[in-house]
Design a protein around this ligand. Structure first.
Ligand code: IMP
Ligand code: MG
Length: 186
């Protein structure tokens, strides 16, 4: 275990098992249809690559990188697009794949933006969900695990860009993240 983490919350094996279940559900729900899976960079990359291998559908992949402007500005519905999709989504079934739903601002704003592009449907698939932190009304359609109000890293999730490569989702030691700047999350 990495010296900066206090314990493993979800092992790579648990995540792989749950990812297979979600992939089966997606395969069933979209039977006979095409989907565009959109991975949100960078946190969702590990979950995304595990998931798409297990979804048995004709699918396309694309990626986006976004950041919220911070709590004071999110009520205006603004997000910053660091990298946009490389194709139009009009008429497509879109599944947004994210690492974690925390306050919900990022995904709420992203949904609002993508809905203006007239997709056939949009759903949210998130590896983790921290419902106790929610500030807006937003629910994931496919959720891997509910997690307690702890700062987690690993399996794609970072603290100041570190720990993304850890094979498990771990709770970071409090001494490492003494003050956690919300606007730094991505
Ligand atoms: P939001 O608060 O739902 O808008 O989440 C914004 C982003 O914050 C997520 O996509 C994550 O990248 C990041 N984030 C939220 N909670 C955690 C955490 O516990 N560990 C690492 N990143 C987090
Ligand atoms: Mg993220």
């Amino acid at each position: 275990m990495h010296k900066d983490v206090s314990y493993i919350l979800l092992s790579g094996e648990q995540i792989a098992k749950r990812t297979s279940e979600i992939a089966s559900q997606i395969t069933k729900d979209y039977y006979g249809q095409e989907v565009l899976m959109v991975g949100i960079l960078r946190g969702a990359v590990l979950f995304f690559s595990e998931l798409v291998k297990k979804v048995d559908l004709d699918l396309r992949m694309d990626f986006m990188s976004v950041s919220s402007y911070g709590a004071s500005m999110t009520s205006t519905g603004e997000i910053k697009i660091n990298k946009d999709l490389s194709q139009p989504i009009e008429g497509l079934n879109v599944i947004i794949v994210e690492d974690i739903i925390d306050t919900g601002h990022t995904l709420k704003n992203l949904l609002k933006l993508l809905n203006t592009r007239n997709p056939k449907s949009i759903k949210i698939c998130s590896l983790l969900d921290k419902p106790s932190r929610r500030e807006v009304d937003l629910k994931g359609d496919y959720v891997g695990f509910e997690v307690p109000n702890e700062f987690v890293v690993g399996y794609g999730l970072d603290y100041q860009e570190k720990y993304r490569n850890l094979p498990d989702v771990c709770v970071l030691k409090k001494s490492i993240y003494a003050s956690c700047p919300d606007e730094d999350y991505d």
